[in-house]
Design a protein around this ligand. Structure first.
Ligand code: 4AZ
Length: 236
C-alpha cells in the first residue's frame, strides 16, 4: 500500500496474509467462512508452493498497542475460478481451503452491487502488506490501508484499455494512495456497508494516476456459495 494509513485493531479481523515459507510477503486474502479464504487466482501460478495463511494478520512483529488475534494455517486445497484467464486476468478469484477451522469471524461479502452506482465516487478501502514504495523495494511489517474511489467501467476502460477491462472487474483510484506489489488478492472493503467488494488484481505500476483493478465480488456470489456451502446448497 502506497501512502497508506496503519490499520487499527479490529478493523480487518478477517484479513488474511499469505506468506512464503521464506518469510516474504506473497498475497492478501479475506476469511469468508471458518475454513475458507478468498484471494486472487494469480496468487497461484503453476508450481507455487510453501505458502502459509495468517488469518487476522495485523500484529506480526513488535507492534505496540496491538491485540488482534492471528491464526496460522497451511493450505488444504485451492480452487481457481473455472473462467480464470491467466493471460488477461479475467475472473481473478481463488478459494483457499485452510487446513483447520478459524475461530475468527469472517467478512460479509457484497452480494448485490448495492453500494456502488454508476458515477459514484464511493470511498472504498484497500488493505495489505504490499510494497510501500512504488518501485517495490520496501515492504512493511504492519497492515496498511488506503482510501480509493470507485471508477465506473467506461471511465476505467478509457484509462486502462477497453480490451483489458472485463465484466467481472472493478476499478478504483486513489488521490496519491494505491495498492502495490504484494497487495494482490487482498480486500477492497466498503466501510459503510461493512462488506467485501473486490480483490486486488492488477494495475500498471503503482500510484501513477491510474486505477487499480479488482476482481468484483458481487457477481461471484453463486460460485462462492456453491463451493463454500455444499451442504446448505442442497436445501431449496
Ligand atoms: C500486485 O502485484 C499489484 N497499483 C497490485 C496492484 C497494482 C499493481 C500490482 C496496481 O499485487
Amino acid at each position: 500500500i502506497i501512502n497508506g494509513v496503519l490499520a487499527k485493531n479490529g478493523e480487518y479481523p478477517w484479513y488474511s496474509r499469505i506468506m512464503k515459507n521464506s518469510g516474504s510477503q506473497w498475497c492478501g486474502g479475506s476469511l469468508i467462512a471458518e475454513d475458507w479464504v478468498l484471494t486472487a487466482a494469480h496468487c497461484f501460478p503453476p508450481g507455487v508452493s510453501g505458502l502459509n495463511v495468517f488469518v487476522g494478520a495485523l500484529c506480526m512483529d513488535s507492534h505496540t498497542n496491538c491485540d488482534q488475534k492471528v491464526e496460522a494455517f497451511t493450505i488444504r486445497q485451492v480452487i481457481l475460478h473455472p473462467q480464470y484467464d491467466p493471460n488477461g486476468w479475467a475472473n481473478d478469484y481463488a478459494l483457499i481451503r485452510l487446513n483447520g477451522k478459524s475461530s475468527i469471524a469472517p467478512v460479509q461479502i457484497d452480494n448485490m452491487n448495492l453500494s456502488w452506482g454508476f458515477g459514484s465516487r464511493k470511498p472504498l478501502r484497500v488493505a495489505g502488506f504490499g510494497a510501500t514504495t512504488s518501485d517495490g523495494s520496501t515492504y512493511p511489517t504492519k497492515l496498511y490501508h488506503a482510501d480509493l474511489g470507485y471508477v465506473p467501467p467506461n471511465e476505467c476502460k478509457q484509462m486502462m484499455g477497453s480490451n483489458r477491462i472485463q465484466d467481472n472487474m472493478l476499478c478504483a483510484i486513489g488521490n496519491n494512495q494505491d495498492a502495490c506489489y504484494g497487495d494482490s488478492g487482498g480486500p477492497l472493503f466498503d466501510h459503510q456497508s461493512q462488506r467485501l467488494m473486490g480483490l486486488v488484481s492488477w494495475g500498471y505500476g503503482c500510484n501513477i494516476g491510474l486505477p487499480t483493478v479488482f476482481a468484483r465480488i458481487a457477481s461471484q456470489f453463486d460460485w462462492l456459495r456453491n463451493n463454500v456451502c455444499p451442504n446448505t446448497e442442497k436445501k431449496p
